[in-house]
Structures are given as C-alpha cells and as structure tokens.
Design a protein around this ligand. Structure first.
Ligand code: ATP
Ligand code: MG
Length: 404
C-alpha cells in the first residue's frame, strides 16, 4: 500500500468520527431542549390557569359589588327624590353640588345646582348657620320664619368629614307649627269660653244670695239669666263632645241616597222662622232633578243649619240668604250665600278652626265651633268645604259631596 492511500483512509475515518460526534451532540441538545420545553409549558399553563381563575373570581366579586352599589344608589336616589325634607350638598366655597327636588320646592327655585348658598337660601340667618359650620366644622341648627314665603323652616348644617364642604338638611315645620298654634289657641280659647259664663253664673248667684232673692221680679230675671248661661255652657259641652267624637273617627254615618233639593228645602224650612225674625229672605234655588247623594241626611242638614245660622247672624235686615245645589265633576256642590258683612280675606282660611271668630265683638258671635263641626261632618262624607267672601258685600260657603 502506498503512503498517500493510507493518509486518505485516515482522513476519511477522522471525518466519519467527527460527523458521528456532531450528530450525537445535536441529538442530545434537541432532546434536552424538548424536555425543557415540555417541562416549562406545563408549569406556565398551570400558573396561567391559577391566574385566570383568580382574575375571574375578582371580576365576579367586582360585578356583584357593582350591582349592589347600583341598587343602593338607585334606592338612595329614590329616597332623596321622594322625601319631603330638602337635601343640599355644597362645596367649600358654598356652591351647590347636589340638590334634591324637595330642596328646590322649599326654597322655591327650580335650578339650585351650581348656584351659591346665598342665592338659593335667601335668608341671612340660614346663610349665617352655614358660615358658622364652615368656620367651626361643627353641626349647626337654625329655625326661622320666612313671612314672605309663609314658611317656618329648620336648617341643619353638617360638615363633610371627607371634603371641606357641607351637607344641608332643610325641614318644613310650617304645618307642625300651625298645629301647635291651633292646639295652644284651643286650650286658651276653651278656658276663656268657660271663664265668661262661669264668672257671670257666680256673679248672678252671689247677687241672689246677697238679697236679690227677696225681690221676686229681679230674682226671676237673674234666674232666667242663669238659665241662658247654663244653656250656653251645655251647648258648648255638647258641641265639644260632638267635635271630639267626629275627630276621633267615632262618628257613625247613616248613609242613604238623598236628593239635594229635599235636603236644602228641609234645612230652609227649619231656619225660615229665624230668618224672618231677622228681617231676611231665605230661599232655595235648586233644580229638583239633581242626582241623589249618598249621605247621612241628618248630619248634612246640621251642616246646612250651621251655615244658614251664620248667614242669618251676620246679615243685616233686608238682606237675603240663598241656598243652592248643582252637579259638578262626580259631585254635588252645595252653597249658602248671603249679602252680609263678609269676612276679611286674612280670616277666611282660619274660620274653620275651633273657636275661631273673626271679631269677638261682632254682634251674634257664638262659640266659634259651628264651622269646625260642619267641616268634620263634610270630611267624614269624603267631601270638601270652603268659603269665599268680600268684606261688606257678603259671603258664600260651599261644600261638595262626591256622587260615586
Ligand atoms: N256668613 C258669615 N258671614 C260673616 N262672617 C261669618 C259667616 N260665617 C262665619 N263667619 C265668621 O266665622 C266665625 C266662625 O263661625 P262659626 O260658625 O264657627 O262660629 P260662631 O258662629 O261664631 O259660633 P257657633 O257657630 O259655635 O255658635 C264667626 O264667628 C264669624 O266671625
Ligand atoms: Mg256659627
């Protein structure tokens, strides 16, 4: 064998050996890479699965919270829309950031938003309360009467803990105040009404004891006077009892279909003599084919008698009293009109209160209970009663009774 052939064979063997080594190395690397890839992927998928399940549970918890807070927000919005108390939220500068509808109504402004407290509240004492709260960061309360708006308002200003603004709550105490006044007036009027006849009874009996008994004609006069006073007291007691029975809802109505024409005629007959004695003409102006109303005729006749009695008392001789009835929208409307002294406009809203009399020195005034009794009887029939009057010209009293 020659020398060059040997070298060629050796070179081929060396190349084959290197090729084999290279092939083995590549195979190992591929295997290792495949193994590593397989291992890594499974780890990632698991982690991803964990991550995705926590994300979705956070998401569902968030959705739940969102819908709960949406429901709460809707509930709160309904409450704020419906409550009769006004709610305002103002920022540190006093600009209104939120106002519920009641606040707008109470302060009689349609757009309180983004206006200043001063512009909306328009009452220096209430604005002062807000200023005090801003300064001291303490709750402030203020009650004021607003005569121009016929209101009695209470304002509570609460500092906002999280911001430098404040929350303002406004309550309308007009009705409560009015009821308090009516109750106070009632007690003082009642004691006054009782004191007058009791004092004259005491004076009359003392005079009799002091010797008037020995003077029969004078004694007779005093005893007649005693009778008048006790009658007045009895009448007052009866009316008060009647009122309290009606007010406590213990009035039982004996409802029957009655024609308005008959009711007016029956009341007119009862009062005819009194009207004639007072020099007045009393007449009925009513169609006889009006629909019947379901009423307690005795009680409603009492209402008419009370109204006619007033008309007769407060109309000068020569005047007239007219009784009317007409059908309206699902109701029959009754009216008692007179050509009497009339009632001042300021007194008209108050005459249905117990013991209210326009001018106590007016001739013919009674105890001031007649109209309150009438009002309660009409309201027990689901009806309404009201008055219109022009001072010096006359008055008209109306009441309506539903026909259905
Ligand atoms: N027709 C009328 N014209 C003018 N004033 C009236 C008329 N009706 C009522 N008033 C006024 O309203 C007040 C209240 O009336 P109301 O019938 O309640 O009491 P009264 O007549 O004074 O007493 P009572 O009816 O208890 O005997 C009266 O005192 C009177 O001042
Ligand atoms: Mg009366």
């Amino acid at each position: 064998m020659n020398y060059s052939l040997l070298i060629t064979i050796l070179a081929i063997l060396l190349a084959v050996w290197y090729a084999w080594r290279y092939y083995k190395l590549r195979r190992n690397i591929n295997h290792f890479a495949a193994q590593a890839r397989a291992k890594n992927t499974s780890t990632n998928i698991k982690e991803l699965e964990n991550l995705s399940s926590s994300v979705s549970s956070i998401l569902s918890a968030f959705n739940l919270q969102l819908s709960t807070s949406d429901a709460e927000r809707a509930r709160l919005a309904t409450v704020l829309d419906q409550i009769t108390d006004g709610v305002l939220i103002a920022d540190a500068q006093g600009l209104i950031q939120f106002a519920n509808p009641a606040a707008g109504r109470l302060f009689q402004t349609s757009t309180p938003l983004h206006h200043s407290i001063t512009e909306v509240i328009r009452h220096h004492q209430l604005v002062e309360a807000w200023r005090r709260c801003q300064k001291t960061r303490e709750l402030q309360t203020e009650s004021v009467e607003v005569p121009s708006r016929h209101q009695y308002l209470q304002l509570i200003v609460i500092p906002d803990r999280h911001a430098s603004g404040s929350l303002l709550l406004v309550q309308d105490l007009t009705r409560v105040r009015r009821l308090e006044t009516v109750r106070r007036d009632f007690v003082s009027n009642l004691s006054h009404e009782l004191r007058t006849p009791l004092a004259s009874l005491k004076a009359l009996t003392e005079t009799l004891q002091d010797g008037a008994l020995d003077d029969p004609p004078a004694a007779r006069r005093f005893i007649d006077q005693i009778q008048i006073e006790t009658d007045a007291l009895t009448q007052m007691a009866t009316e008060l009892l009647e009122l309290s029975r009606i007010e406590s809802g213990r009035l039982s109505l004996d409802l029957k279909p009655v024609s308005a024409f008959e009711l007016l005629n029956s009341a007119s007959e009862r009062m005819q003599l009194q009207a004639e004695r007072a020099g007045l003409s009393l007449r009925v102006e009513c169609a006889d084919d009006l629909p019947k109303v379901n009423i307690d005729s005795q009680r409603l006749e009492q209402v008419l008698v009370n109204l006619i009695h007033n008309a007769v008392k407060f109309t000068k001789p020569g005047g007239e009293v007219i009784l009317e009835a007409e059908t309206g929208n699902r109701e029959v409307r009754f009216a008692v009109r007179d050509t009497g002294v009339g009632i001042p406009a300021d007194d008209v809203p108050r005459i249905f209160e117990r013991f209210y009399r326009v001018d106590k020195s007016r001739a013919g005034s009674g105890t001031g209970l007649g109209l309150s009794i009438a009002k309660h009887i009409v309201e027990a029939h689901q009806g309404k009663i009201w008055a219109e009057s022009v001072e010096g010209r006359g008055s008209a009293f109306f009441f309506s009774i539903p026909t259905v």
